[in-house]
Ligand binder design. Structure first.
Ligand code: ZN
Ligand code: ZN
Length: 315
């Protein structure tokens, strides 16, 4: 079997697996500049695949040069999603969410936006913008000659600030920078640098902000979820109790992609439920028994804990 055939077979197994799940909490429709899926396509797929609830989380950016800056007005996004929610109400629950790009320098604008507009559910994410060193054109030079942790630290510090802001229900893909460094650095490099993650995880716990298990990494060069199973388990040990899972689909074929693996990682990390806000308050969404029955995932029964990982109280 060629690597390409192996990958295709793997994807087929995954698609068969990614069914009968209670929630996909991260989806982009054609109201995002980088996605092309009409909301009704997701609704129909959710019904066909047995996904009970979906959160539509189109991009909103605050940097005037960014693609989703003033892309579709709030009122339009709200109307499209709420009308679809009504149309499909008896077969799938559709939430009106958003993925807000976090940048420290735009924190006040984000705060204002969230004061003015009401969403069912909010994700805050750090993305790779036009002035980021992690862009394809600059990443190799940036990594060259810098110790690994120092090179990726600016990304993690921005994510920590997003958590500290307390603005969001959940932080999206907390180590998304993995995608951009994948040609040069491996998942093992990240696993060996827990000091990058610890301040982020502690900020999430202290502010009550949720962690997202984003499965788009499984279909991207990173080759694992954002973040990995070991980080999810560590979040739990540090006191994290609020977690979601989402496929972050931008194309119809990515809908719910890898989501079962996401639930496996959630359950393997010791979580029995996801948490999603539905407008007025947070709700628990039970992880299906088939994942809980598997217990701690094999990778976590003997956690890969690098020598530099600090000892955890009670762990
Ligand atoms: Zn994102
Ligand atoms: Zn997204």
């Amino acid at each position: 079997m060629t690597p390409h055939q192996a990958r295709a077979a793997d994807d087929q197994t995954r698609a068969a697996d990614d069914r009968d799940l209670p929630l996909d909490a991260h989806l982009h429709t054609d109201l995002s500049p980088d996605a092309d899926v009409p909301i009704d396509v997701y609704a129909a797929m959710a019904i066909e695949r047995g996904i009970d609830e979906i959160a539509i989380t189109d991009h909103v950016d605050f940097d005037p040069g960014a693609p989703a800056y003033a892309y579709v007005p709030f009122e339009t996004r709200e109307r499209v999603v709420r009308e679809a929610a009504e149309r499909w109400a008896d077969r799938v629950a559709i939430r009106f969410g958003v993925e807000l790009t976090y940048q420290r320098r735009h924190e006040e604008a984000i705060r204002d936006h969230l004061r003015r507009y009401r969403y069912d559910f909010t994700i805050g994410s750090v993305h790779i913008g036009p002035d980021s060193p992690y862009r394809a054109e600059t990443v190799a030079a940036w990594l060259e000659g810098r110790p690994f942790a120092e090179a990726v630290e600016p990304y993690f510090r921005e994510v920590e600030a997003a958590a500290r802001s307390g603005l969001f229900d959940v932080l999206g893909h907390i180590d998304f920078v993995k995608r951009y460094t994948a040609q040069h650095r491996t998942a093992a490099d990240y696993a060996a640098a827990p000091e990058l993650y610890e301040p982020v995880l502690r900020a999430l716990v202290e502010t009550g902000t949720g962690l997202e298990v984003n499965t788009s990494g499984l279909r991207q060069a990173a080759g694992e979820t954002y973040p990995s199973a070991a980080i999810v388990a560590w979040f739990r040990e540090l006191g994290g109790r609020t977690i979601t899972a989402g496929s972050d689909a931008h194309r119809a074929e990515s809908f719910a992609f890898g989501l079962a693996e996401g639930y496996r990682i959630v359950a393997g990390g010791g979580f029995g439920e996801l948490t999603v806000r539905r407008a007025d308050r947070r709700h628990a969404v039970s992880v299906p028994d088939r994942f809980l029955a598997q217990g701690r995932s094999p990778a976590l029964s003997r956690p890969i804990r690098p020598a530099t990982m600090p000892d955890l109280p009670g762990a």
